[in-house]
Design a protein around this ligand. Structure first.
Ligand code: GLP
Length: 246
């Protein structure tokens, strides 16, 4: 089912996502979950940390996968996806470090992709959390990425470099030109996908993903072929959709 949940704002979006992830971890303590970096999931991550601290929800049996990593950036670099996810989530939960997987963006990249695909095959994802790029990308799968792609190295689009410069002191020259990302086929293999979109910068991408045709020019449009997707979008992200009563 392709389920679109429209909410008022970022807080509500985070709460709805939190409820889904909490239910997953409570019902299946050995759940495998895919996590994105980026600002959209930060409210969700804050709620998961609070819940772990206050209610003691255990993550000790869970396995975590990062969606992607910048090429040329070692994990210890503070701007890497590895650091971002550790700093904003993993360091505050009790997932054993050996159950946390982030593709390596340094060294032999072909080997890194192959190894990640093997890990993903060995640990099928129960819930994949996604954000969406303003150009419709999911993970770092830019427009025109094959729907059959598995973990691979990508050249980032100019628009993605521009969007992500905010994580690099607004200096586009510091944003890596390449990334390693789970492919579309890896994402589609997840049992459930929860996509979060917040803010007017995502409105056109959300419109194209929901109302447009399924095309590799809009990577998120592939989700319409998945059997279990929940798309949680706030008012601003929904602003280019047809008007309807809430
Ligand atoms: C980044 C990441 C995506 C993320 C998207 C949106 O480039 N690779 O995984 O979902 O862009 O990021 P944000 O949530 O900060 O808008």
């Amino acid at each position: 089912m392709f389920n679109v949940i429209r909410v008022r704002n970022f807080e509500e979006l985070s709460t709805r996502a939190f409820e889904i992830i909490l239910k997953t971890v409570r019902e299946k303590p050995e759940a495998v979950i895919g996590f994105p970096a980026g600002s959209t999931p930060l409210g969700l991550y804050r709620m998961l940390i609070e819940d772990h601290r206050e209610n003691g929800t255990s993550w000790s049996g869970c396995t975590a996968f990062s969606l992607d990593e910048y090429v040329g950036m070692p994990g210890y670099d503070s701007e890497s996806c590895y650091s971002f996810l550790h700093h904003n989530l993993f360091n505050h939960l009790d997932i054993p470090e050996e159950n946390i997987h982030v593709p390596s963006g340094t060294g032999d990249l072909a080997a890194s992709c192959e190894q990640y695909n093997e890990l993903l095959e060995a640990h099928p994802i129960d819930v994949q959390i996604l954000g969406i790029g303003s150009n419709g990308h999911i993970g770092f799968n830019e427009p025109e990425t094959s729907f059959d792609s598995v973990t691979h190295v990508v050249d980032l689009n100019a628009s993605t470099i521009r969007d992500n410069a905010r994580f690099f002191d607004n200096d586009e020259d510091r944003v890596p030109a390449k990334a390693i990302t789970m492919g579309i086929a890896n994402l589609m293999a997840a049992k459930k996908i929860v996509l979060l979109a917040s803010g007017s910068a995502k409105a056109n991408a959300v419109r194209a993903a929901i109302l447009g045709v399924i095309t590799e020019y809009v990577p998120a449009s592939v989700l319409k072929m998945h059997p279990d997707v929940v798309m949680i979008i706030d008012e601003e992200a929904a602003s280019a959709l047809y008007k309807e009563k809430r």
